[in-house]
Write a new protein. Sequence first.
Length: 540
Amino acid sequence: MKRLLLVLGLSLAWDLPGLKAAPANSTGSSAVSAPRNSGLAKIFRRGVEAFEQKRFDDAVEAFQQVLQKLPDHLGTKIYLGRTLYQQKNLVDALKVFKDIDIKALEPEAAYDFGQAAYRSADYETALKAFALVPNGHPLYDLAGYYGGISAYKTRDYQHAIDLLDQAVVLPSKLVRSQKLYRLEAEKKLFQKQKEEVQSEGIPIIKGKKELPPTVFVYQPQRGLGITHRYRNQTSEIKKGKAEDYDMQRSTLKLHWSSDKPVATQKSQLIYLTQIEASNVKENQFETLIMPTPRESLENSTLQRYVPDTLVHAEIGGGYEMAIGSTSTIGIIGGAYANAGDGDFAKKILYSPYLSLFLGQSGDALETLLSVETHPRFDKDKLLITQTVQNGSLRFNLSKSVYFGLKGQLNEYSYNTERLSGPDWNGRGQLEVGYERSKTLFLNFGTFYEIAQGWRVYDATQELPLVKFNLAQTGAYTSADLNLTSWWTFGFQAKYAQNNYANVLPELGENFPVAGQTYVDENRPSQLSQFTLYMNFYKSF
């Protein structure tokens, strides 16, 4: 957001299209220190003050006075070059900048140097200067835009494409020219490669269309990260007291997997290892909304053992291969476990799993079908087997906007007689999303879920308290903002409304309370969750 505001706020810095100048009050750091001579230091500071107040004639006069006495003073030369650039005196600005060791320039000064060279059609020099603006700096996107055009002018078309892709946050007036330059660079690159092939005497086969690269369902993930999550949960009970919980969680992650497949690869051998250690607070009170099997196992571990820390470990492997030009089929199997307080001997729940999937990825439509099985164990025995059937359709309305349909059916087979849960449940989702390159992701969706034959037992799992059918409707939204390639900030909100039907039983000798009374006093009728999280993750 800081980059976007700076770009838009400075778009009127010059009367040329788009943003051309770094902010006049950006002074850099150690490279622009004042001279040691007190008299010259006073003149230097007077020049800096004039520069920051955009009195550029006064600033030039002051800096030139200093350079008459100290012709090699680095900070003064940098300020003089930037001031001349602000005056649009490109010839003199470029002359001053070229007399400075380019490695000594701070990002703002490097950007001004690049602009002076760019405006003077010295594109090779401009490329070197723009390259000094680091990722994460507010001028990074603009440096990529003008650097990309400079690379295009020097006929380095692949470099031009890479730099233009770097420019994500731009004033609207520059976006069209960015796309046009990128398109032209792709055409020029293809033509250049074609000429190189012909010059080597290799015949070009016409009429044979190159197949698109295979898009695999499983995407390998390697990295180390840390995440902090805050979640507020509020539940309302029809005749009971509303409950509000603030839950926090800090997680250290280590992920290791098979290599990312290359563009020409038609199959991939999959292996994965994940270890995550979390410090948890109040997480045992969470009521899950639209949970995955892994989330369900984790929630059961937290509720059963109420640990202060939680360790998650997973290993797996499989194989995926292309069938046709846009589809893949694959299988993945493995096991995952959650241990409370790191006690894998006594406080553990684990689940082997097996998943079969079929995916198709086109420009306009993406589909995914899968069947999974997740038997769950504690340290002594098999508790339950969950079978999951998933299906999804994603319609890509544009490069940034999509509309999705999802469906899921879960069937449960209980190995333990007295265990809370439904016989089966099904869920349908509608979702709309927006993606901006790799920097921003937004989505909003609604869902409807039904669960049949849900039984609830008491804390000792001895007496059945109630049996009911559940219909749940709700909505959700989330956003991820990638501030850098390794730093993500996000939020998530969920809301669900529960309707209970066919509540059994009436009060009897085998049941301590009447079913409807128990539901009204203990089960949430409405549930809302709001989550904020910060994720630092370095891929390797």
